[in-house]
Design a protein around this ligand. Structure first.
Ligand code: FES
Ligand code: ZN
Length: 312
């Protein structure tokens, strides 16, 4: 297999674009796709300070790497969920990557600040671990970005993640989630950082290949709590469709984004809607649509149900 651009030895075929790339051209392709996502979706500029939420996995570390290559000001934020060996290893990968490149790293420790790891917290509130994890991460991502003066919070969600999430939302007609599934969510009110997903144009295997080619040392294992999650099933189904018909994932998610943009012109923007309904949480001051934000509700429930000393 030969690289379509330079005719060198190809390391990855990209059937959805009818092409294949060698190491150097793959890196160029990946960086160009991210640059295009940033400019087309008006995510940020070189003047913005960007906080990248990193897990130690290939996507978030690659995102940090690509933003550095492209000359953006990007720092890292890691939430230590306290999941035994998995958290220990993933945190070590993040620390090694950032310290080798002189990137600032902010860390939030659940065991220290919330008084328990994610599994114990989920038990205390009798909710699925992944849903508690989502609430906590969203809260700390935003709070840390705002408090530390970052205007943008970037996550490593890729095309596979977004297509799988879209499939889940469509299957259950969760229209309220569909509205918020774009790669750029504006900083609609004070206290909210802009949220962006600069990898939405790239498939998981393209990013995995980028990480290997660029010698990024990432944690290969998935979070142990993710085993059997619905998202993995949706990804598997989409992968089967993709292998039969390359370009399906891209057509599905990008097609949705095009339609979403047309729809937005016909109704009030989400930013306007949010501005009307959001107010500061009476407990912590973070923006919320109800009196108390979902993080504070969750922590109050954990405190009520268990002996865990819960901070905030
Ligand atoms: Fe959230 Fe595993 S429980 S990443
Ligand atoms: Zn709150």
């Amino acid at each position: 297999m030969r690289c379509r651009k330079c005719k060198g030895k190809a390391v990855l075929d990209v059937p959805r674009h009818h092409t294949a790339f060698c190491k150097a051209c793959l890196t160029e392709f990946v960086c160009a796709q991210v640059e295009r996502a940033i400019s087309e979706e008006r995510m940020f500029t070189k003047a913005d300070r960007v906080l990248v939420a990193v897990s130690g996995g290939k996507d978030s570390l690659s995102l940090l790497d690509i933003l550095g290559k492209l000359g953006y000001q990007a720092d890292a934020f890691y939430v230590d969920l306290g999941i035994g060996e998995y958290s220990r290893q993933s945190k070590a990968k993040v620390e090694r990557y950032t310290s080798a490149r002189g990137i600032s790293l902010h860390v939030h420790e659940l065991k220290e600040d919330e008084g328990a790891g994610i599994n114990d917290l989920a038990d205390l509130v009798h909710r699925p671990t992944c849903s508690v994890c989502g609430t906590l991460k969203r809260y700390h991502f935003n709070r840390t970005a705002v408090e530390k003066g970052y205007s943008v919070l970037a996550t490593g969600h890729n095309l596979d993640d977004e297509a799988a999430r879209l499939l889940g939302n469509v299957l259950h007609w969760q229209t309220e989630y569909l509205e918020k599934q774009g790669p750029t969510l504006p900083d609609s009110v004070e206290g909210f950082a802009k949220k962006v997903k600069p990898l939405y144009r790239l498939a998981e295997r393209e990013i995995a290949a980028y990480a290997v080619v660029n010698k990024i040392d990432y944690i290969v294992e998935e979070c142990p709590n993710a085993q059997g999650a619905k998202m993995l099933l949706y990804k598997d189904i989409l992968n089967r469709l993709e292998s039969e018909s390359p370009g399906t994932k891209q057509a599905f998610y990008w097609g949705f984004l095009t339609r979403q943009k047309t729809d937005e012109q016909a109704r009030p923007s989400m930013a306007e809607h949010d501005r009307a309904v959001l107010r500061p949480c009476v407990t912590c001051g973070q923006p919320t649509t109800s009196e108390i934000c979902s993080y504070c509700k969750l922590m109050a429930r954990a405190q009520k149900n268990g002996p865990t000393p819960v901070g905030s």
